[in-house]
Design a protein around this ligand. Structure first.
Ligand code: GLA
Length: 746
């Protein structure tokens, strides 16, 4: 006994060392003092950088998890290749100031009043607090400090990077480029860049381009996030990856103003991604004592292909970005009046729509544009946010009461940053619209933009929104934004402050959203901008859902939704079923339209007053079927079962987090020469389990001819569904099918 105790005591120090080592390894951020290395670890990802002999922060590694500290050596700057290829240009700095011999994209560029433009940032100190590391950098001689923040998200391995630039001196200086981060990828050639481009009614088109020596820039110069390019990227090695396999590096910026992401391959084949505020027309004067925060730039890595990269983003957005736990709930099924009544809204018409919507199982009724001022078309009224008395003689109160009594919550459309020249607000405050003195004011959709960067405009805007929500039982705002900046002048402030409009406008927009949410807990907000013009991780911190596109035509929408979900979770993706013919003059079946929309947060936007009884009854069944799968669709894991290049046959699978339910959708655009489609191999199933299967098929082939009802189809094993696959019976043009699988036995 005594011997055993003595022996075990002898092992105590070793045990303590082991426990300490284990605790150290389980920490998401460590500093290896002897090697001057920072080791960040989250999920399956390691990210390592160090302090080199020049005292610069130098990147070491980003990729799959490496736990052995001994593998990493202290960093040394890259050697000079020639007098033309200097060490400073090729040393992969974590955050490079433009100065010394830097020829690649800087993270920060400044000009001092004395003309000095040289900036060389060196390590000063650091602090680790939980999952966040702050590293302080300082210029070699001037009092400009940069705090770099790295936050590690242990579940996903995503890293959030942000910088704060501080003037601790006595003179102001001007910032010409303020980026959030430089990301360095493993040295390799043959990278492929994926990004999302598009236009109004054609958002989120997946763009794939090879990365070659030189620079590709993704950006918005429009003042807002934009339809034309979205602040998301993914890089992989073409040929070595597919949907579910291979290394992918990806990231997204959280900023709804002018943004920029550059992807640069140096002449030494190093690939760097730099992102933050757009440098175009950028100038931000930093007064003594002042600081500027850059947007958050999130970066991730997976070895599981672009499919897994998307799923990581989806989970992250739902659990860490969306506000107030919104991403953990499910979205209500919504009705929106826009395509039904456009500007012709009034109490009787909306009440009739609400009654039909409630009977269909809709849970939220949203009245769109047209309820305020002299808003009878898009020429007038924006800015006059008082209820139109001719359309609503009893105010909004009696319509809201009616909607609530039907068991639905009430939502309202607003477009707070805009003004029509034909409005009382503009007649009273023409100077509130963005403009350059003495220059024409370019209209878009007959409207101008208010300069929300102004303190008085911001306060006014917050005030009327607050009043609207305080005085009416409004659960939801659809916040629209239907044009971009033009003539972005701010003549009321000194010239050296005027370009701050690019940053301050968005900062004030965020502030209004934050204050509204704080004052009205429970209020939900949709971000809409003529469709998907304001979708990014900055606005998603303050809104609950987004409108991806004004194009609600189902076949077009399939493609838009596919692009959208590369970066963003289906949880927030509003998808309406609307009347046909729609865009492109196309008419597809009610089933096709529902099955497309059931892949996001379902809504209906048809003119229910004109719908046949049959359509209303079928819609009710689709809504009921959707409610059975919405948790899986909105909060589950999305697998794309068909390649992005295939627009003829598109299939997507959604698997519940607990593995108990799977919903698989498939769509055939057009059949040729009688060929069918191959069986659908499902992903992520438990091969040992048995699944009960129900189906919604095209009526002519559904067992009892009932449109929209889920009908039983027997059982199949997980192994069969994975390896043999589901036999599809899609035929003809615009055919569609939904399979719902329930795990019944292991
Ligand atoms: C924008 C929106 C539409 C609708 C109209 C109203 O185009 O994207 O959904 O709200 O404005 O004017």
């Amino acid at each position: 006994m005594r011997l055993i105790r003595l022996a075990s005591l002898r092992f105590v120090p070793l045990l303590l060392v082991l426990v300490a080592a284990q605790t150290a390894l389980s920490q998401s951020i460590r500093f290896l003092e002897d090697k001057k290395l920072f080791v960040l670890q989250g999920g399956p990802v390691s990210y390592v950088f160090g302090i080199n002999e020049r005292n610069e922060l130098q990147h070491v590694y980003w990729g799959g998890k490496v736990v052995r500290d001994a593998d990493f050596q202290p960093v040394k700057s890259t050697r000079e290749w020639s007098g033309l290829d200097l060490s400073q240009a090729y040393t992969p700095q974590e955050y490079a100031g433009w100065g010394a011999g830097l020829y690649t994209e800087p993270a920060l560029k400044v000009t001092w009043p004395d003309g000095n433009r040289d900036l060389v940032l060196h390590y000063e100190s650091h602090k680790i607090a939980g999952d966040t590391l702050s590293v302080l950098l300082k210029d070699i001689s001037r009092p400009i400090y940069v705090e770099l923040r790295y936050t590690v998200y242990p579940e996903t391995g995503l890293i959030e990077r942000q910088s704060r630039i501080e003037n601790r001196g006595k003179t102001p200086f001007s910032i010409e480029s303020a980026q959030s981060a430089n990301w360095t990828l493993p040295d390799a050639t043959g990278y492929r860049l994926r990004s999302l481009g598009g236009r109004w009614a054609g958002e989120d088109q997946l763009v794939e381009t090879p990365v070659k020596m030189g620079m590709q820039v993704l950006e918005s110069r429009r003042g807002g996030t934009s339809q034309q390019s979205n602040p998301w990227f993914a890089l992989d090695q073409d040929g070595n990856t597919d949907q579910e396999h291979g290394d992918v590096f990806f990231g997204a910026l959280g900023w709804s103003g002018n943004w920029r992401i550059s992807v640069e391959e140096t002449s030494m084949h190093q690939v760097r991604v730099t992102g933050g505020y757009n440098t175009f027309d950028f100038a931000y004067t930093l007064a003594p004592g002042a600081s500027l925060e850059t947007p958050a730039f999130y970066g991730g890595y997976t070895s599981g292909g672009i499919g897994d990269a998307s799923r990581i983003m989806h989970r992250f957005e739902r659990t860490k970005i969306l506000p107030d736990g919104s991403g953990l709930k499910t979205r209500p099924v919504l009705y929106n009046s826009w395509e039904a009544t456009e500007f012709k809204v009034d109490e009787a018409g909306q009440t009739a729509l609400a009654e039909k919507a409630a009977a269909m199982g809709i849970e939220r009724f949203v009245m769109d544009d047209g309820w305020f001022g002299k808003r009878n078309d898009d020429h007038a009224g924006l800015g006059d946010w008082n209820v139109n008395p001719a359309k609503f003689p009893n105010g909004l109160g009696s319509l809201i009461k009616k909607v609530n009594s039907l068991g639905m919550s009430f939502g309202l459309w607003v477009e707070p940053e805009m003004v029509n020249p034909d409005s009382d607000l503009y007649r009273k405050h023409p100077d509130w619209a963005m403009h350059f003195d003495g220059r024409p004011r370019t209209e878009g959709r007959h409207q101008l933009m208010l300069n929300l960067a102004r303190e008085d405009v911001k306060e006014y805007t917050f005030h009327w929104l607050d009043q609207l929500v305080t005085n009416n039982k409004i659960s939801f705002l659809k916040w629209d934004y239907n044009r971009n900046f033009t003539e972005p002048g701010w003549p009321e402030v000194p010239v050296d402050q005027q370009k701050k409009i690019w940053v301050q406008f968005t900062a004030n927009y965020y502030e209004i959203l934050d204050r509204l949410r704080k004052k009205h807990p429970g209020l939900e907000i949709e971000s809409c901008a003529s469709g998907g013009g304001r979708v990014d991780l900055g606005v998603l911190k303050r809104t609950d859902e987004v409108w991806p596109s004004d194009n609600t035509e189902a076949f077009d929408r399939l493609d838009i939704q596919r692009g959208f979900t590369y970066a963003y979770t289906p949880h927030i993706m509003m998808a309406w079923v609307t009347d046909v013919p729609n865009f492109n003059g196309r008419s597809v079946s009610l089933q096709y339209r529902f099955l497309v929309a059931m892949q996001g947060a379902l809504a209906v936007g048809s003119n229910l007053n004109k719908s046949s009884d049959e359509d209303l009854a079928e819609s009710k069944r689709f809504v009921a079927a959707y409610k059975e799968i919405r948790e899986t669709v909105q909060n589950g894991a999305l697998y794309r079962l068909t390649p992005a290049a295939d627009t003829n046959f598109i299939a997507n699978e959604y698997a519940a987090e607990d593995g108990k339910q799977v919903a698989a959708f498939a769509f055939l655009h057009s059949q040729q020469r009688g060929y069918g489609v191959s069986p659908l191999h499902l992903s992520g199933l438990d091969e040992q389990a048995v699944y009960k299967i129900r189906v919604i098929k095209t009526p002519r082939r559904s067992p009892d001819g009932t449109v929209g009802a889920l009908t039983d189809m027997g059982t199949l094993s997980g192994a069969y569904l994975t390896h043999h696959g589901l036999d599809l019976t899609l035929q003809g043009d615009y055919d569609s099918v939904l399979y719902v699988l329930e795990k019944v036995a292991n």
